[in-house]
Design a protein around this ligand. Sequence first.
Ligand code: TRP
Ligand code: SF4
Length: 404
Amino acid sequence: MGSNPQANRVLSGMRPTGQLHLGNYHGALRNWVDLQYQFPCFFFVADWHALTTGYEDTSTLPEYTREMVIDWLAAGLNPGVSTLFVQSHVPEHAELHLLLSMITPLSWLERAPTYKDQQAELQEKDLATYGFLGYPLLQSADILLYRAGYVPVGEDQIAHVEITREVARRFNHLFGRETGFEDKAEKAIGELGSRNSKLYRDLRRKFQEAGDAAALEKAREIVQSNTRITVADRERLLGYLEGSSVAILPEPQVLLTPTPKLPGIDGRKMSKSYGNTLGLREEPDSVARKLKTMQTDPARVRRSDPGDPEKCPVWSLHQVYSDETTRHWAANGCKSAGIGCLECKKPLIDRIMAETTTMRERAAPYEDNPDLVRAILNEGSEKAREAARETLDEVRSAMRLRGA
Ligand code: TRP
Ligand code: SF4
C-alpha cells in the first residue's frame, strides 16, 4: 500500500504508576528519549488502562500521573519535540475503541496471554469485567488513532501490537475501500496542477504497465512534496499509484526495546511491587545507602573469598553503567578476591548518583510548579486531538457514520 504519510510516527504509553525507577528508565524511557529526535513521537499516560485493573480506587490517579510525567521530563523527554498527553484528555480514543469493538471477535481478546495471566496474578481483584477483556483493544485504538508506524514496547506487549495489526487488517478489509475511490483519486490528480497531473499519470502508467519502481518513487515524491492538496487527497493519490485502495488504518510495527533487566537491590528484577527499587529521582544519600547494602554473590562471604560475577546482581549493574575498563577491573578483582564488594560498588554508586542528580535537577522546576506539568499535558493533548480527529474523520466516513 505504501500510502501512509504518518508511517514514521512513534507512539507509546505507560500506565500511571507514580514515580518511576531506574528499571523503567533503562527499560523504556531512555529509548523514548532517543526516539524523539528521530521520529515524530506521541507519548501518553494510559490512565484508562489503569482503570481496567484499578477501578475501585482512583484517588491516586492525579498524583501518579503528575509524578510519572515529571519523571518523563526528568529523563529528558522534551515537550517541544514530543507530544506528551493524557489518554483520557483525548476522548477520540474511546470512540475508536467503541467502533473497533464492533468488528473484533471475542476470541482474539480471550486468547491474549495477558488476559488469563493477569487474572491469575491479581486474584484479589475481580477482573472478569468488560473493560479488562477489552484492554488490548483499547491499546489498539491508542495506536491506530495516530496511524503510528512504530510502537516501542517491551516483550510483554508484543501480543497486544499483534492484535492491533489484526484489527487494522480486518477494518481495512471491511471498510478500506472508499466509495467512489477512483473518481475521488481522479479529481485529486486535477488538484496537482496541469504539469504535475500529466507527470503523475505518465509515471503511474509506467509503474502499472511496466513495474517501473523508479517511476513509482518519482510519482510519490510529486505527491508528497505537494503542500496544497489535503491529507486525504494525498493518501488517495499515493494509494491510487499502486491501484490499491487506501489503508485507513495502517498496521504498526513493534520497536522492541533492547532491555537490560535491571536488578533491584535484593537481586530480583527491579520492580515497584518488590520494594527493591532505586527511584529515578532518588536522593544521593539514599542511592549510596541502598547500593552499599545491595545483594552480591551469596558465596562471597568474606573479603578473601573469590566471587563469581555471573552470580552477582551488582555485576548486572556494571553491564549497564560501567565502561569496558571498569567492568574488566571489577570482574578480575572479584574472581581473584583482589577487590572487596564495597570497592566494586564504588564506581556504580558514583555513576548512579550522577544520573539521579541530573534527573533531580531537571525535575525541580516541575516539582515546584505543578501548573507547568498541567500546561504541558494540556498543550500535548490538544496536539494529539488534532491528529486523532483526522483519523476519526476518515474512519467515520469509511463506516458511513456521517449522517444521512
Ligand atoms: N499496555 C501498555 C503497558 O502496560 C501501556 C499502553 C497502553 C501502551 N496503550 C499503549 C503501550 C499503546 C504502547 C502503545 O505497558
Ligand atoms: Fe559482586 Fe563485585 Fe562483590 Fe564480585 S566483587 S561479588 S561482582 S559486588
